[in-house]
Ligand binder design. Structure first.
Ligand code: SAM
Ligand code: SF4
Length: 335
C-alpha cells in the first residue's frame, strides 16, 4: 500500500509499515553497550503509556498501514500488564514479534502461544558465563540459555542478537555460527552503535568484512553461502552449507540499509522517532491525552525523515559526538 498521501510515507517514497513499540524503560540486565554506567533518568510513571494508550496509538498506525509490530524496551517482559497489552495487540491485524533478553520468557511463553507472538529475538552476546556476567552485570546466563532452549524446543521462530565488540566477544563468531548447525536458528551479529553514555569508539567496532573474513577462514569461502536479502532487510544473510539455520550481519555503521527502511519507533513515553539515530522526537502521547488527533503529527515526523541515519551519512559522523549525543541511550529508545 504505497499511496502518496499516506501519512506513513516519507519524502523519499519509503512506506513505514513496521512499528517498534518500547513498553518500558527499565531492565533486569545492565548491558554495558546499552545502559550507561551511571544509569538513566527514568521518565516519571505518569508520563509512560498505559496499556490502553499503547493500544490506542497502535490502532492509529495500523489504520494507515502498519502490519508488523515489535515489542521492545528496556525489557518488555518486565511490564506487569504485558499480557493485557499483548492480548489487545493480537486483535489488530498485525504480525507480532518481540526483542527480549529472555530472562522472563518461561513466565510468558503461554501468552506468546495464546496471542500468536511467534517471532522472538533473544539478545545474547556471549556463550561464556563469566563474560555474560561482565557485560550484563547480572548472573542470569543459565536462565537465558534454558529459555532459549525452551523457545527452540517449542518451535518459535527464534533469532539471537549478538552485539559484537572487539576484544570482548569477536572471538566467539564461529561458536555462535556453530549453533546454527542443528537448530533452525538465526544468529545476527550487530555492529556496536554509539548512543548516549555507552563509551562507543570506532576501535571497538567489528565490521561486516571482519566477520566475513573470520567465517571464510574457518568454514571456507565455498561453504559460506550468500542468501537473497529480504524485502526491507536489516541483516545481510548467510548460511553455512549443510547447516539447518543461518546467520546475518546488521552493519548499521559500516554498511547501512536505509534505502529500504520501513521502521519507526514509539518510545515508552509515547514519543515517535522516525529513525533510531534521530535526536528529534515527536510527542504523540500528550496530544492523545488532550483528545487531539495524532495523525498530523505522525505525518509531519515521517515526512521529515532523512535519507540516511538521521543525516549521519558517513561513518566519521559517529565519531563526532555533536551529531548524536542528544540521542538518548538505547535502553530508553527501545532497540
Ligand atoms: N531488553 C531487550 C533485549 O535486550 O533484547 C530489548 C531491548 S534492547 C535495547 C534491543 C536490542 O538493542 C538488543 O538486541 C540489544 O543488543 C540492542 N542494542 C542495545 N544497545 C546497542 C548498541 N549500542 N549497539 C547495537 N545494538 C544495541
Ligand atoms: Fe536491558 Fe536489553 Fe539494554 Fe541489555 S540490551 S540492558 S537486556 S534493554
Amino acid at each position: 500500500m504505497k499511496i502518496k498521501t499516506n501519512i506513513l510515507n516519507d519524502s523519499f517514497g519509503r512506506h513505514h509499515n513496521y512499528l517498534r513499540i518500547s513498553l518500558i524503560e527499565k531492565c533486569n540486565l545492565r548491558c554495558a553497550y546499552c545502559m550507561p554506567e551511571e544509569g538513566v533518568l527514568l521518565s516519571p510513571k505518569k508520563s509512560l503509556m498505559t496499556a490502553e494508550e499503547v493500544l490506542s496509538i497502535a490502532k492509529v498506525f495500523v489504520k494507515h498501514g502498519v502490519d508488523k509490530i515489535r515489542l521492545t524496551g528496556g525489557e518488555p517482559l518486565l511490564r506487569k500488564d504485558f499480557s493485557t497489552i499483548l492480548e489487545g495487540l493480537s486483535q489488530l491485524n498485525v504480525a507480532l514479534s518481540i526483542t527480549t533478553n529472555a530472562v522472563l520468557v518461561d513466565r510468558h511463553i503461554e501468552d506468546f502461544k495464546k496471542y500468536r507472538l511467534h517471532h522472538i529475538n533473544v539478545s545474547l552476546d556471549t556463550l561464556i558465563e563469566e563474560k555474560f556476567t561482565t557485560i550484563t552485570k547480572r548472573n542470569q546466563f543459565q536462565k537465558v540459555k534454558d529459555n532459549l532452549q525452551l523457545l527452540l524446543g517449542q518451535g518459535f521462530k527464534t533469532k539471537i542478537n549478538v552485539v559484537l565488540m572487539k576484544g570482548f566477544n569477536d572471538t566467539e563468531v564461529i561458536d555462535f555460527i556453530k549453533l546454527t548447525k542443528d537448530e533452525n536458528l538465526e544468529v545476527r551479529f550487530i555492529e556496536f552503535m554509539p548512543f548516549d553514555g555507552n563509551k562507543w569508539s570506532k576501535d571497538k567496532l567489528v565490521s561486516h568484512q571482519e566477520i566475513l573474513d573470520q567465517v571464510n577462514r574457518y568454514f571456507g569461502e565455498e561453504a559460506n553461502q550468500v542468501l537473497v536479502n529480504e524485502q526491507n532487510f536489516t541483516a545481510r544473510n548467510y548460511k553455512i552449507r549443510g547447516f539447518k539455520g543461518r546467520y546475518g550481519i546488521i552493519s548499521t555503521v559500516t554498511n547501512p540499509f536505509c534505502d529500504g527502511c520501513n521502521r519507526i519507533r514509539l518510545t515508552a513515553n509515547g514519543k515517535l522517532k522516525n529513525c533510531l539515530f534521530s535526536n528529534n522526537e515527536t510527542d504523540l502521547l500528550s496530544y492523545l491525552r488532550k483528545g487531539e488527533s495524532i495523525e498530523p503529527l505522525i505525518a509531519k515526523s515521517i515526512y521529515a525523515k532523512k535519507a540516511i541515519r538521521a543525516g549521519m551519512t558517513d561513518t566519521e559522523d559517529f565519531e563526532n559526538p555533536e551529531k548524536h549525543n542528544d540521542n538518548r541511550s538505547m535502553i530508553t529508545i527501545g532497540g
